[in-house]
Design a binder for this molecule. Structure first.
Ligand code: FE
Ligand code: CA
Length: 542
């Protein structure tokens, strides 16, 4: 989608836009009306270089996002904008040419939030497609397309969405987003690792141009997000569909758990780092005010839905989790299971979120109940048996395998409460997997109560040396129907009342390392799995 056509200035006379409910609501919600906006803003360069986005669609409402950043990578993190308030006008229309504008308003872009804009547009028609754009001074943004959710009780015949994760900018191009933007989807779910906090590497496909170092401060996190957002394929994917986003670890720090950082970092300094990472995340995502961070805290878990067909609980399994049980590993990695992993007090959601999740699932009348989250829920014993001799078991302590009691509570609840058609969608591991969710993973005869689909990364690498042993270990994990770490891409889900179909869409990667080295790489279908309503567990379709 290109830059919008001529903005009709008559529609934006001062009198008219001060009169809209949107303008007033924005003033009331975003701070003191006495704080005057810059009257006739001029920018050193085009201010909408980071594109536009929309998110958290509800039946009559959607969030519109952009950020003023004429110089997105300026070292001070200001984006090249003076530290003053700017009013950014937005309009949303039923047509791409903005002949049928249905709402318009203005939202404040403030220096404390990186001059980001989060316009929560209300009063829209339910289940409709819309087009939106922004204006600041004389500058007009690209046009984005979005959708409102159908009414909560609408009987839908079908919907389609994609889920994505792990887009390390260093390790490849975003051809997966180019292909995703060409799909016909209702929405996109992002499951985390939107940025990576680490520095440049010797074997990267691209070098960071934001300084290239590991990031710690607000200015550095801001610029890392801004660097990612300059990618035109990522911008195209945002402009094409509304997104529902949640984070994983790399938005702050590899494998962090609540206040526990990776490696040796001062705990106080780490909480300040977390606050910077959370703030920069909020600034760059189409999130509602209910997610506005307060210091090192930010409420990200929430529930969205699409008619009566799908309810989606988006989890945050980083902010409230107990530290990974070290067991026999000192890097939160693969380890033999020890008492720490089995402890009843291990939690990956925190008790409040766990209660909220169960209450929501118990109440839900949706046809399919999706839990959108970060690390693999199903058990996976990574120890292959190369010579037929039984050996020890190896589990990834950063996954739910380090939180065995929490998993037992959740799957036991899905079983006892007879939650309708539980589906879990997962990111983090840079490879594609399908699992039956069992009441007892060590007993293949135990009940299957749901299905987990793990999507591969957009660009982040999967260790090729790891593929063989992981594949070989499948014999020890009969609930695992599929694993493939050889390709990057995204997962497309086509849902009807009777059938759920997950299609793993792959992009062509370089032989040997699996990196996407061609920004125009074509896509192909790697595999597809179906779940019949009322019959938990996946069947291979393609
Ligand atoms: Fe990742
Ligand atoms: Ca991760």
């Amino acid at each position: 989608m290109g830059i919008g056509g001529n903005w009709d200035r008559r529609l934006f006379s001062r009198r008219r836009f001060l009169g809209t409910a949107g303008g007033l609501a924005a003033l009331l919600a975003l701070g003191s009306p006495a704080e005057k906006a810059v009257a006739a803003p001029r920018f050193s360069d085009y201010p909408f270089k980071l594109g536009v986005a929309s998110g958290d669609p509800r039946p009559d409402s959607v969030v519109l996002w952009t950020r003023l950043a004429p110089e997105p990578l300026l070292e001070d993190g200001s984006g090249g904008v003076a530290p003053e308030r700017y009013d950014v006008r937005w309009e949303i229309a039923a047509d791409e040419n903005f002949r049928k504008v249905v709402r318009r308003g203005s939202a404040a872009a403030r220096p404390g939030l990186g001059h980001s804009v989060h316009a929560e547009v209300e009063g829209l028609r339910q289940g409709r497609e819309f087009f939106y754009r922004f204006k600041a001074g004389d500058e007009i943004s690209a046009v984005g397309r979005t959708k409102t959710a159908p009414p909560f009780d609408a009987r839908l015949a079908s919907l389609a969405f994609a889920f994505v994760s792990c887009q390390d900018w260093r390790d490849g191009f975003y051809a997966a987003y180019k292909r995703l933007a060409e799909e016909d989807l209702d929405f996109v779910v992002h499951l985390g690792d939107y940025i990576y906090e680490g520095g440049n590497t010797d074997d990267g496909v691209r070098d960071h141009t934001d300084g290239g170092r590991e990031v710690f401060t607000l200015a550095e996190y801001r610029n890392r997000h801004a660097l990612y957002k300059t990618d035109e394929d990522l911008q195209a994917a945002h402009a094409a569909f509304p997104w529902m986003v949640t984070w994983d670890d790399h938005e702050v720090d590899n494998d962090y758990a609540d206040g526990a950082p990776d490696g040796d970092q001062d705990p106080g300094a780490f909480l300040r780092r977390r606050a910077a990472g959370y703030r920069a995340y909020y600034e760059h995502m189409p999130l509602r005010r209910s997610s506005l961070p307060k210091g090192p805290d930010m409420r990200l878990y929430r529930r969205l839905s699409w008619g009566d067909l799908v309810g989606i609980s988006l989890l945050d399994t980083r902010q409230y989790r107990s530290d990974q049980p070290g067991c026999t590993s000192d890097v939160d990695g693969l380890a033999e299971r020890c008492a720490g992993a089995l402890s009843e007090s291990q939690t990956i959601t925190g008790p409040r979120q766990e209660r909220w999740l169960k209450e929501g699932l118990a109440r839900s009348r949706k046809g399919w109940n999706v839990t959108a989250q970060q690390t693999m829920l199903a058990e996976y014993d990574f120890s292959a048996i190369p010579d037929g001799q039984p050996n020890g078991q190896l589990f990834n302590m950063d996954q739910w395998d380090g939180y065995v009691a929490a998993r037992r509570r959740l799957i036991g609840f899905l079983d006892r409460a007879r939650v309708r058609n539980p589906i879990t969608i997962t990111g983090d591991i840079h490879s594609s997997w399908v699992h039956d969710l069992k009441t007892d993973f060590d007993d293949p005869a135990s009940r299957t109560v749901g299905t987990e689909f793990v999507g591969t990364s957009i660009s982040s690498p999967f260790e090729t040396a790891f593929s063989g042993p992981v594949e070989a270990a499948r014999a020890d994990n009969p609930h695992c129907k599929y694993v493939d770490g050889t390709y990057r891409g995204y997962a497309r889900c086509d849902v009807t009342p009777d059938l759920w179909l997950t299609t793993f869409k792959a992009v062509v990667t370089a032989p040997g390392n699996g990196n996407v080295v061609d920004p125009d790489a074509p896509s192909y279908t790697a595999a597809a799995f179906a779940v019949e309503s009322g019959v938990p567990g996946a069947q291979r379709d393609i």
